[in-house]
Design a binder for this molecule. Sequence first.
Ligand code: FPP
Ligand code: MG
Length: 353
Amino acid sequence: MCSTMNKTEAQEKELVRENTPETPLYLVLTRKEVAEIDAKLEQLFQKQSQYLDQHDSALFTKGKKLRPILLILTAKLNAPDLPQDYIDDKIISIATSIEMIHIASLVHDDIIDRAVERRGAATVNRTQGNGFAMLIGDLQFSEAMNLFVNSLQYQKDLKLLKSFLKTGYNLCLGEIEDYLAKPVLDTKLLRQRYYQNIQNKTAELIEFCCEAGGSLANGTKQQIDLMRNFGRNFGLAFQIIDDILDFIGDEDLLGKPTLGDLTQKRISLPMIYALESLPERNLVRDILEGHATSSDDIIEAARLIIHSNGIHKAYDDACLFKERAISALDNYPKSKYKTALEEMLSLVLDQRV
Ligand code: FPP
Ligand code: MG
């Protein structure tokens, strides 16, 4: 069911006042929708609650909701005449389904990474073991698909479903290739593979959110293509920053331990750029090849990466993707939704999202 409310001038002013430095515009503009998504997630996790402990459910609902927020903002960007308070149930369901898929993929990712902490809480694999965590991820994946399919209405929604399924496939492909990646000497090849993998494992889902936003707002093909372009570049910048934060982030703010990529021998962009400036045989390569494994080795290799220009070069690449994402919005007139999307990108680059 949809609800429409007239927004008065006073409410509009309130909205501007609410946009304090502590509350970014993107959160102010999507607050009501995010509350609805949270409620829907709570409802769905309630069904799973007999299999989860308290920590697990907290972990699932505590995310930043970056993907749902991007869907909502891109939908509003493409339907600027809709009242601020208009909440579309279909958008809420599809955004919730996307968040659920994201959660399922993190549950599986944590099994693969043997991760013990995510979002400041113990991972499901830690509290319940790998086998059970795998089943929980599967359950959430199925729940997400049910929700998505049940919200489809029109012929054109089938196109969106096809795109969603392709995204899920590519997500798995990215994770498989990331898992299998070997530290070959050719760093240009390593970079190409890295970009392909982050495109699949991260950018695809964000790209899909923006496509869904454009499509659910009845955008034209050109607008939907622009949204995909925006989402792809947003996603690439986002994952590069995530990989940088794995070296220099604050564990309390991240809610997970740092240096996970080196520990798990996952090749990331700061490492690749560091490899380019280090002698052919070096500790970073030794770790990636499994010849060095102690925690002292990992700390020393991280020091080498931080002191090489690896982090800076990776950051420059993230800036490039940010610029490309901003350019995808060029054709859109100035609006608070456009400002909010640009602001989100800046906050990602400032490592504050
Ligand atoms: C986190 O990246 C992981 C992903 C973005 C994708 C994980 C995908 C799968 C496990 C495939 C299974 C998919 C479904 C649909 C169930 P990261 O490891 O770089 O980030 P992190 O440091 O937060 O772990
Ligand atoms: Mg991981």
